[in-house]
Design a protein. Structure first.
Length: 202
């Protein structure tokens, strides 16, 4: 068998045994890690998701847009895709991400369109993540406007965690921008914290 393996792969079959051993070791270590993760009754995970991020950045930088329906488009044209809509556009007119500009205009003829500007959004994303890092060294940036924070070290119970969430929102307002807002969910797991946060989004 070893000779057949050597003829095909150029090395003895014992190598395959070593690989299998390494794989089994990895699987065991991964299982232990997952078991620790499942036993999470003591954990506190905070999920933070910015609300209407691209549109809110546009409103933050241009006060004349505040309180008005705004959409950020991949490109300003009838078939341009809505990448983000302001809270006002969502609540008052039902304009959602993924619609075309033409569809948005049907719902709100006076909706204000802005072309996407990645550099601006990246700048505010960096400010957001920098603020997150002041609350936990264990942070996972899930997207440009979304992150998970492990706040075990700072929150002994749910009441502590809620206090941190309120403080975070206030600091986001004061240090990043008064028109930059977020939804926060708190739970023992990433999935549940995201579910909780999503249920609070405007």
């Amino acid at each position: 068998m070893n000779e057949k393996y050597r003829a095909i792969h150029g090395r003895p079959g014992i190598f395959l045994s070593q690989v299998n051993c390494d794989i089994r070791k990895y699987i065991r270590e991964r299982a232990v890690h997952q078991e620790k993760f499942v036993d999470n009754s003591h954990r506190m995970i905070m999920h933070i998701d910015m609300n209407s991020f691209f549109a809110s950045v546009e409103q933050q930088l241009d006060p004349s847009l505040r309180g008005k329906p705004v959409v950020v488009l991949a490109y300003v044209a009838p078939r341009g895709c809505v990448l983000a809509s302001s809270i006002e556009a969502k609540r008052l007119y039902g304009i959602k991400t993924g619609m075309t500009y033409a569809e948005a205009l049907e719902r709100c003829p006076h909706v204000i369109a802005r072309a996407s500007n990645a550099a601006k959004y990246r700048e505010y994303s960096q400010k957001f993540i920098a603020l997150c890092r002041t609350y936990s060294p264990a942070i996972e940036q899930y997207s440009i406007d979304e992150a998970f924070l492990d706040i075990d070290w700072a929150a002994r119970n749910l009441q502590d965690a809620v206090g941190l969430a309120k403080e975070f929102k206030q600091r986001l307002h004061d240090e990043v921008g008064e028109w930059i807002r977020c939804s926060i969910g708190i739970a023992p797991t990433r999935f549940l914290s995201k579910l909780a946060g999503d249920s609070m989004k405007p």
